[in-house]
Design a protein around this ligand. Structure first.
Ligand SMILES: Cc1ncc(COP(=O)(O)O)c(C=O)c1O
Length: 451
């Protein structure tokens, strides 16, 4: 049985984050993988490999499910933000914005991309634990909301407010220890992000003396790839508690941001809750905490990244060499690796793969899918169940939309892949493949070294 035939019937009503494959994935008459009505083997022939393939239906469905769940479960105002760190490029920012989402950005580069894509600055929130002075200046000039992370930033923001209105939120570490990889855990007290809870009353006091800085709300984020619902629920209560304390200082707090973090299905073993269940948990958590304290409902914000873009994307590679070590393992190498997907080498992330050109073939082999980089750790999948492979096969790694393209590098001077958006049998290029000319563009050769 292949991963495709393992999908439950009626799967398109399920949450995209609970799927291994994009919603439109199917086998065509040639037994090839088809996504968005496009034959993946043909896409590779046309655009080359590695190739990021973005399914528009899956991406829009995830956005729409977040919006619909807030409408259903939260009686107050809300705004869903897309955490663009998951993958920021013009087309994706424009598409999620069309769906009514705002954006969370964490650098001047992500901010400029969002603005260039036409995202309304009123819906952009600027995060980061060490924003530079030019970044803070850009945020103030463009009128986006700054999520202030520490004392140093607070000082700069107060200075900026002497010349222009500044709208901020305050980020704090909620002290919740979530069960996810240490590198993507942020809610625990020992974190580089946000004010420590012990410091928060002092921050409120300072802001109360600076009415030119409009502090509209509070922000906290537990971490990423989280399946348990008790963490967002606990966070909702903590945020409301601190909103009440901030209001007691006279701050005009009307917004709470519960962050992102909903996990997705990378392997058949992963069983994340649905988008609707996650939204219901945070919405009810905030609403009931407000009711208990007789507080007005704040505008509720969240900022999912992985669960919006992750399941919408696959990466197609071409199989090249293989190495059989009798009694040990078989390596099957593809034409990309840690430069287009650094998650396995960074935090031992696991993935699954299918062969796009023989989708129905039985997965009779257990192999290790290796990248092409000069690093023994450049392994995309340790234990992959695949049909026997030959050079030229198109191997597709699933659920690669989040933190792949956005973390891609030029390690070994490998050009970064192209990306296409597929929909209704049409493929549109959204990121050009890098060329050797692109790679050399930033290099400078002092004349005394010139050949
Ligand atoms: C502050 C903040 N918000 C949102 C996100 C998005 O998280 P995820 O992609 O898990 O939804 C992150 C990611 O780490 C983050 O640091």
């Amino acid at each position: 049985m292949t991963l495709l035939t393992q999908r439950p019937a009626g799967q398109d009503t399920l949450s995209p984050n609970q799927q291994l494959l994009p919603l439109t994935a199917q086998a065509n008459a040639l037994d090839h993988l088809e996504i968005g009505g496009c034959d993946v083997v043909e896409l590779v022939a046309r655009f080359g490999s590695p190739l990021y393939i973005v399914d528009e239906v899956t991406l829009r469905t995830a956005c729409q499910q977040y919006q619909a769940a807030f409408e259903q479960y939260y009686p107050g105002p809300f705004q869903v933000l897309y955490a663009s760190k998951a993958w920021s490029c013009l087309a994706i920012c424009a598409l999620v914005s069309q769906e009514g989402l705002g954006l969370d950005v964490v650098s001047g580069g992500e901010l400029v991309t969002a603005l260039q894509a036409g995202v309304d600055p009123a819906r952009i929130y600027f995060h980061g634990n060490n924003k530079s002075a030019p970044e803070i200046d850009l945020a103030i000039r463009t009128g986006v909301t700054l999520v202030v992370d520490n004392d140093w930033e607070l000082e700069q923001v107060c200075r900026g407010a002497e010349h222009a209105p500044v709208r901020i939120m305050v980020r704090f570490t909620p002290g919740l220890d979530c069960h996810t990889h240490a590198y993507i855990r942020t809610g625990q007290r020992d974190s580089k992000f946000g004010f420590d809870l012990d410091a928060l009353a002092g921050v409120f006091q300072r802001l109360a003396q600076r009415p030119a800085v409009q502090c509209v709300g509070l922000h906290a984020h537990n971490g990423s790839q989280i399946f348990a619902l008790e963490h967002p629920q606990d966070l909702a209560g903590i945020l409301v508690d601190w909103m009440a304390k901030g209001m007691a200082y006279g701050l005009p707090l009307t917004e709470l941001n519960v962050g992102g973090g909903l996990g997705i299905r990378y392997t058949t073993a992963d069983d994340p809750p649905s988008i609707a269940a996650w939204v219901q948990t945070v919405a009810k958590g905030v609403a009931s905490a407000c009711q208990q304290r007789q507080l007005p409902l704040p505008k509720l914000l969240c900022e999912p990244g992985r669960s919006i873009i992750g399941p919408a994307v696959v990466t197609a590679y071409t199989v090249g060499s293989s190495k059989v070590i009798p009694g040990v393992r078989t390596y099957v190498a593809v034409d990309g690796g840690m430069s287009d997907n650094p998650r396995p080498i960074t935090y031992q992330a696991e993935y699954e793969a299918v062969l796009a050109n023989r989708l129905g073939a039985a997965a009779t082999e257990t192999v290790t899918v290796a990248g092409k980089h000069c690093e023994s750790g450049d392994i995309l999948i340790q234990t992959a169940h695949l049909p026997p492979t030959v050079p030229g096969d198109v191997l597709v790694v699933l659920a690669t939309g989040a933190y792949n393209a956005s973390m891609a590098s030029n390690y070994n001077r490998v050009p970064r892949p192209a990306a296409v958006l597929v929909h209704a049998s049409e493929a549109s290029l959204i990121v050009r493949r890098e060329t050797y000319t692109d790679l050399l563009r930033q290099d400078c050769l002092p004349s005394r070294l010139a050949p």
